[in-house]
Design a protein around this ligand. Structure first.
Ligand code: NAP
Length: 495
């Protein structure tokens, strides 16, 4: 539940990194522009490479200019600048943390402190422990202490549990904010409103009416400069374990008792726990992986994954992953949920596509109509934030011909805020609704762990797909029926 916005000190570890530059600082700037930050907030960047605030600012300016919603406003920027400070630290020794503690104990700094770990995941445990030992995570009457961690939370079930054990030593669950910026997206939040504020959907939202559900996230970009991270991680961990399973839980969970964070998170966990485990010997019929070869994107030739910088020539890291999951509960038993993600695909698009069952056709049995498209409900997350319902209607004319039309509810035209803006404000207001609880993380790893283990033991071969395509042919084997196929576009399916 949101608490009143109190003054606070917002410490960013890894202030010199990409996330801080491209997301966190622009989000804080926009919050300041909208007068949503606490009046006396201090935003403290902590980094190794950079010496002082001036140098830090030089590295931030270009991204800030590029990402500012309107032109960079000099008055707002001056005000924002006065809220920033920088503390150089290698974040290694006990002395480093004692110095940081002394720095944060300055009179002008609030005792409410949020520590944002914008750091390589391998540092989450040591930094949390060092902060804990320095007494910086202990809450008392003078102020709260919160820690924000970026995904990934571990790299498999064991490492996630291990990380949690480190956190448990110095932090209570209520102090931890595991961020998944996907949950901050407007359309993702709208899934809940759309489902629970519209009674006409509820009777249809189950195995009696839904044939299958597809949740997909495709990107046209490759791995960019993230080769060392990506080659250790792969598409399954990077996208499916976190973002896509979160989307699945929002689409399929039961209505929570209330909009309170714990009620919502309880339902999401319950849903994740209802997903049938993938048996060891059935991984290939439930999951598919592949890697891009060279191909064309937007009319330009692009390299294969193996030709990307610093990628080992024998890498079998998947840049594409797809899964079929079943939710073994009263509502969903027997309905397949297909999840798919990939880099260097034909289009950048995130969407949830819900395919309804076919109608009984006896009414049309004497007409020349042979084929009907099923109804689809499409929730576009990016780039189009939209909700689209496809229906079959009669084509105007003397013949009995049909066509698919779509009813479109487009939201957020041009006023979109970055997901990080809302999420950072939630941290300051103590609202956990859009953050993951430790048991959610654990359940997500349990779902994909059998696949990770199987793929890790088959390191001699990986199927490929050309860059600029919709992925490998092999993924079609996941479908239960011939009538099922990947839905790639928000536009009606053409014969
Ligand atoms: N970038 C994104 O859009 C994005 C999206 C989702 C999640 N994330 C997650 O967010 C975190 C940060 O990502 P990023 O893209 O900003 O990474 P990054 O560009 O590599 O920056 C990481 C930061 O950590 C610091 N750092 C690295 N090794 C360190 C060490 N041994 N001791 C102290 N500081 C160290 C770096 O300092 P130096 O500059 O001194 O090297 C840098 O400030 C990662 O966990 C990533 O998985 C990022």
């Amino acid at each position: 539940m949101k608490q009143p916005l109190e003054n606070c000190t917002f410490v960013i570890f890894g202030a010199t990194g990409n996330l801080a530059k491209t997301k966190l600082i622009p989000a804080l700037y926009h919050l300041d522009m909208d007068n949503l930050l606490p009046e006396g907030i201090n935003i403290v960047g902590v980094g190794r490479r950079i010496k002082d605030k001036e140098e830090w600012l030089e590295t931030l300016k270009d991204d800030l200019k590029e990402r500012a919603r309107d032109e960079l406003d000099t008055v707002v920027f001056k005000r924002f600048y006065s809220k920033l400070s920088y503390f150089q630290s290698y974040m290694k020794t006990t002395e480093d943390y004692q110095n940081l503690k002394e720095y944060l104990e300055q009179k002008s700094f609030s005792k409410n402190i949020a520590f944002y770990f914008s750091l390589p995941p391998s540092l989450y445990a040591p930094v949390a422990s060092s902060l804990g030992k320095a007494g910086l995570l202990k809450e008392d009457n003078s102020g709260w202490r919160r820690v924000v961690v970026e995904k990934p939370f571990g790299s498999d079930l064991d490492s996630a549990r291990n990380l949690q054990r480190h956190f448990d030593r110095y932090l209570d669950e209520s102090q931890i904010y595991r961020i998944d910026h996907y949950l901050g997206k407007e359309t993702v939040q709208n899934v809940q409103v759309f489902r629970f504020a519209n009674i006409l959907l509820e009777p249809l939202w189950n195995r009696n009416y839904i044939d299958h559900v597809q949740i997909s996230h495709s990107e046209t970009i490759g791995i960019g400069s993230r080769s060392s991270y990506y080659d250790r991680t792969g598409a399954l961990r990077d996208m499916i374990q976190s973002h896509l399973l979160q989307l699945l839980s929002l689409v399929a969970m039961e209505p929570p008792v209330s909009m309170q964070a714990e009620d919502l998170r309880n339902e999401k966990v319950k849903l994740l726990r209802s997903i049938s485990p993938i048996p060891k010997d059935a991984v290939s019929s439930h999951a598919c992986r592949a890697q891009y070869t060279n191909g064309m994107i937007d009319g330009e030739e692009v390299n294969s994954y193996l030709e990307e910088e610093d990628i080992p020539e024998d890498s079998v890291c998947e840049t594409y992953a797809a899964m079929k999951l079943y939710v073994n509960n009263w509502r969903w038993r027997g309905v397949p949920f297909y999840l798919r993600t990939g880099k260097r695909m034909a289009e950048k698009r995130s969407m949830v596509a819900i395919c309804f069952r076919q109608t009984p056709k006896q009414f049309f049995r004497t007409s020349q109509l042979q084929k009907f498209e099923p109804n689809w409900l499409l929730i576009g997350i990016q780039p189009d934030e939209t909700l689209r319902m496809e229906l079959t209607v009669k084509k105007p004319g003397l013949d009995m011909q049909t066509q698919v039309i779509s009813m479109d509810a487009c939201f957020n035209e041009g006023t979109s805020k970055d997901a990080y803006e809302g999420l950072l404000l939630d941290v300051m207001e103590g609202d956990h609704t859009l953050f993951l609880r430790s048991d959610e993380v654990e359940e997500s790893w349990k779902i994909i762990d059998p696949v990770l283990r199987s793929w890790a033991s088959h390191r001699d071969y990986i199927p490929t797909y050309p860059a600029g395509s919709w992925g490998p042919e092999e993924s079609l084997r996941l479908f239960e029926k011939e009538s099922q196929n990947w839905r790639c576009s928000l536009d009606p399916v053409k014969d």
